[in-house]
Design a protein around this ligand. Sequence first.
Ligand SMILES: C=CC1=C(C)c2cc3[nH]c(cc4nc(cc5[nH]c(cc1n2)c(C)c5CCC(=O)O)C(CCC(=O)O)=C4C)c(C)c3C=C
Ligand SMILES: [Fe+2]
Ligand SMILES: [Fe+2]
Length: 330
Amino acid sequence: MKKGVLLINLGSPDSTDVKDVKKYLREFLMDPLVIDSPYLIRKLVVELAILPTRPAASAEAYKKIWWEEGSPLITLSKRVQKKIAAKSELPIALGMRYQNPSIQSAMQELHDKGVREVLVIPLYPQYTMSSTETVVLKTNELQKKFFKDMNLTFLNSFYNRPDYIKVLADRIKEQLPEHYDKLLFSFHGIPERHDNKAIAKGKKYPDLNIKTYRDQCYETTELVRQELGLPEDKIFVSFQSRLGKDPWIKPYTDFILRDFPAEGVKNLAIVAPAFVSDCLETLEEIAMGGMEIFEENGGEHYTYLACLNDTGPWIDVLLKWINGWKSSKS
Ligand SMILES: C=CC1=C(C)c2cc3[nH]c(cc4nc(cc5[nH]c(cc1n2)c(C)c5CCC(=O)O)C(CCC(=O)O)=C4C)c(C)c3C=C
Ligand SMILES: [Fe+2]
Ligand SMILES: [Fe+2]
């Protein structure tokens, strides 16, 4: 059967217009794996509490980081796709969980090329319901509805794969300033409830060996720390991008950035390993907003370390995974 690869990332609005941002946020936040309340409650929260005001604020944030080619997240994901395609004989398609290019269009593209055996790579190192799980669910749904003759295999997470750890550690090392007091690993947060659901599921199905998202984030950090040969007290972990009033997993990045300078951390390097591509949450929230919080509270030097993006060694790791799958299927 002809093989192909489907890369999937989160997605961005089609433009920085408020109406496009609103459309994107509606699709994103109405996903029951992102806001996991019953439908009517979710609908009320999204339509009455979030959508009247957030799209305008988010559109302003997107304007600060938008590139000539469009959203950084999508532009970088397209570059990754092209670079992999140039080195692989398999068709490589790219879809976004929310908005465009859609997962359906990417599956159609592969199907039109005769591909019936697909490796799906959700571009999230750590799995949780709002990252990998929603991608798996959506892609399976589309397969059942439109592409019954396609067979899907998922690469479900890679937060602890040695080649991922190595490439992430190297990427950090090449950007680390000579002097810094701490290296902060800031991961995208999730509501605590989401990890509690993972714990409950793990108890019910012990054979699945389910880990919480928070534990995976700490494991990625510890493995990278060991790879870099750094002492434990040089490293700190926190969680960014809260939304709403529910408790999210702690500690919170913005609070840490606020408190670090008074604790003697004046010189900070910060990396965001929940993201393989730079995006709104890294470029605006961390590189810009984070620096502002840190400096307003007495911080002196703040260095944001960019994501893996379309760097050669990361492309080579993805190619290695793809080739491993390809040979296991032949
Ligand atoms: C309940 C809300 C949210 C959960 C849970 C959540 C989990 C989650 N998100 C990412 C990755 C990204 N999120 C991005 C933006 C973003 N995230 C939320 C909310 C939740 N995310 C919102 C409302 C937004 C939109 C922007 C805003 O208005 O602030 C992005 C950036 C997209 C871009 O276009 O650049 C990424 C990437 C992960 C990995 C994750 C769970 C682990
Ligand atoms: Fe998010
Ligand atoms: Fe944010």
